[in-house]
Design a protein around this ligand. Structure first.
Ligand SMILES: [Fe+2]
Length: 307
């Protein structure tokens, strides 16, 4: 059974490694939300993409801040990079995106997976977002589907649809580097949760097996790290080979049913991320705050329920 998208990504990775035409990746780690933002660039043209940026947010006061995003602006400016893409792997539930703020300062096009429309529908209803909230992905400049090819400067890139954590998760393979969002984490930590609305452990397993069929030497960049027990440093880069061999949840040999059983049992023990309410309401709008009310102020809603 050949998967044409994986075959295309494999040939891209192999060619880029053989010719040495590979991207440079610099990662900025946001400790409060355990998020890794990757700035990936083509050394031949200095074109860059910013993958999964973070806007700081204090939930007690409702104040946003851009210290983390400013570090990215400073780096891009100092290195004389030209931002072509601001890529989101999915609608994050644990941090707010800084993509529009960065786009205003640095340019570039904002991209996410085309199934964002499904996620906007789910969360639009959940937060009773009303008719002013467009559920057609129009907050983004580009909606990627599985197998969409694009360029980063002179580097070839391909988007992969890897649902399971959410219905719209994407991975972006740029040159020989795969930015895989919330699918796999470091081998010693395992995999992403699959219990958010629209998430599904069985679907996640299939997405992960697709990723694991990329070449072993593929460089893999993660969206999060939480330090596995016994490890003191944050880590966000590994390889497909290391994940296949060592991933504690899904190394070679773990079958679908065993994974689903483990993932479902583990998800039942996890609490919701601290920033889920603001994150989802901002990120479903492409990183924009909700439309201000008639007093000019934006509000984040919290649906309240009793037992
Ligand atoms: Fe996530």
């Amino acid at each position: 059974m050949t998967d044409p998208v994986i075959a295309a990504a494999t040939s891209q990775i192999t060619t880029c490694r053989a010719t040495g035409h590979v991207p440079v990746v610099r990662t900025f780690f946001d400790d409060p939300t355990f998020t890794a933002t990757h700035v990936v660039h083509d050394p031949a043209t200095m074109a860059c993409a910013i993958v999964d940026s973070v806007m700081d947010y204090d939930p007690a006061s409702g104040r946003t801040d851009h210290a983390m995003a400013q570090e990215i602006v400073d780096y891009v400016t100092a290195e004389k990079l030209k931002v072509e893409w601001l890529l989101e792997t999915h609608v994050h539930a644990d941090h707010l995106s800084a993509a529009p703020w960065l786009q205003e300062r640095l340019g570039g096009r904002l991209g996410i997976g085309e199934s964002i429309i499904r996620v906007q529908d789910i969360f639009g209803k959940m937060f009773n977002a009303g008719t002013r909230f467009a559920r057609d992905g129009s907050q983004f400049d580009r909606l990627f589907s599985d197998g969409t090819r694009f360029m980063l400067g002179s580097l070839p890139a391909i988007a992969l649809h890897v649902p399971g954590h959410t219905p719209a998760d994407m991975a972006y393979v740029i040159g020989d580097a795969a930015f895989i969002g919330d699918t796999l984490f470091m081998p010693d930590y395992g995999t992403a949760r699959a219990d958010f609305p629209g998430g599904d452990a069985r679907t996640l397993y299939h997405s992960i097996r697709r990723l694991l069929s990329l070449p072993d030497e593929t460089r893999v960049f993660l969206c999060h790290d939480y330090k596995a027990p016994g490890r003191d440093e944050y880590a966000w880069e590994t390889t497909i080979g290391a994940e296949r061999r060592d991933n504690v949840h899904v190394h070679d040999g773990v079958d679908e049913d065993a994974f689903v059983k483990m993932r479902t049992a583990r998800d039942a023990t996890l609490s919701l991320p601290n920033l889920i309410m603001p994150s989802v309401q901002v990120n479903m709008r492409g990183g924009h705050l909700p439309e201000p009310e008639d007093n000019g102020i934006s509000y984040i809603k919290i649906p309240v329920s009793g037992s």
